[in-house]
Design a protein around this ligand. Structure first.
Ligand code: Z5A
Ligand code: MG
Length: 212
């Protein structure tokens, strides 16, 4: 495996509530990094393009029903199946900008009846640990201004409120809370500044393991 002499890439994760602008900012960030000569690649979970991701997609679109524990494990498996490729990119010096990760996995399942944060965390223990989590927050009123909910599973206010509470419990010191109510460009500038500092800082560090 080729290791970059420029140092490794960073693992940067976007998390946050519905319509916060994660996908929008991920795309803009990858573009800005690449334009300035920093190798970067967009990644997203769930990755609906794999066999496991196909089942997840059907579930989210309400085309099939799955037992809650089982679907939680599928979301986790969908991350684990990506790990070899992710590590390869990181070691070759490419920064990965990831739209949702294990934190969504935990926050969403733990919002269901009968699930605790601790059980939900178990299958994702040991995944590559992000160097930075950009947590985009938006009030329900601001979210409503960005259009209504889509038709997918979980897209309703009471559920999203529980999810937001769960995210609060998962925060650690590598999280940065971003007020996502600002305009796209100001957000983009703020996010770029934070991200570039982290990329510089993590170049020579080992990739750690999540929740270990
Ligand atoms: N899920 C799970 O249960 N377990 C897991 O392990 C994982 C996920 C990984 C699918 O996710 C669902 O899977 C999700 C969590 C669950 N369920 N929910 N909810 P997804 O990532 O596919 O969800 P999505 O369809 O991408 O929606 P989103 O993530 O909620 O949206 P977003 O990416 O944060 O926002 P956006 O698409 O960038 O922007 C939304 C709209 O606002 C759009 O019209 C933009 O043009 C507009 N926008 C964006 N930024 C701004 C600003 N700054 N101002 C004004 N308007 C803006
Ligand atoms: Mg999105």
């Amino acid at each position: 495996r080729k290791k970059s002499t420029m140092g490794r890439g960073s693992l940067i994760v976007f998390e946050g509530c519905d319509r916060a602008g994660k996908s929008t900012q991920c795309v803009k960030l990858v573009e800005a990094l690449e334009n300035s000569g920093t190798p970067a690649k967009l990644w997203r979970f769930p990755d609906r393009g794999t066999a496991i991701g196909g089942i997840i997609s059907q579930y989210l679109e309400k085309k099939c029903e799955l037992e809650d524990h089982a679907v939680h494990l599928l979301f986790s498996a969908n991350r684990w199946e990506a790990v070899p490729k992710m590590k390869e990119h990181l070691l070759q010096g490419t920064t990965l900008i990831v739209d949702r990760y294990a934190f969504s996995g935990v926050a969403f399942t733990a919002a269901k009846q009968g699930f605790g944060l601790d059980w939900c965390r178990q299958p994702d223990i040991g995944l590559p640990k992000p160097d930075l989590i950009l947590y985009l927050t938006l009030t329900p009123e601001e979210a409503a201004k960005r259009g209504g909910f889509g038709g997918e599973r979980y897209e309703n206010t009471p559920f999203q409120e529980k999810v937001a509470k769960n995210f609060e419990h998962l925060k650690e010191n590598n999280w940065r809370v971003i007020d996502a109510g600002k305009d796209m460009e100001s957000l983009h500038e703020e996010i770029q500044e934070i991200t570039r500092a982290v990329i510089k800082d993590s170049k020579d560090k080992d990739i750690e393991k999540l929740w270990i």
